[in-house]
Write a protein that binds this ligand. Structure first.
Ligand SMILES: [Zn+2]
Length: 79
C-alpha cells in the first residue's frame, strides 16, 4: 500500500432487522446459563461469535450503528 490511493466508502446497506447475522449454529446458544446481554443487560442464552452473551437483535443494532459511523467517517474525509 502506498497510502496515497483513496479508499472507497463501504457499500451502504439499509438496516433490516434479523438479516445481518446467522446465529442458527448451536455455538450461539448456551444451554446451561442465561447471562446479561453485553448491550442491553437483559439475560439471554444467546452468544455472539466471541462467546459473549448478546441478543441477536442487539448485536445487529450495534453492527448497524458501527457501519453507519464508519460510512459517516468516510463521507467526512471525502469532502
Ligand atoms: Zn440485548
Amino acid at each position: 500500500m502506498t497510502g496515497r490511493r483513496p479508499r472507497r466508502a463501504p457499500p451502504e446497506q439499509p438496516y433490516a432487522p434479523g438479516t445481518h447475522l446467522d446465529w442458527r449454529d448451536s455455538r450461539h446458544w448456551d444451554y446451561e446459563h442465561a447471562r446479561p446481554c453485553r448491550y442491553c443487560g437483559d439475560d439471554t442464552q444467546l452468544r455472539d461469535s466471541k462467546g459473549s452473551a448478546a441478543h441477536k437483535v442487539c448485536a445487529e443494532e450495534a453492527l448497524a450503528a458501527q457501519a453507519a459511523e464508519t460510512a459517516a467517517a468516510y463521507r467526512m474525509r471525502g469532502t
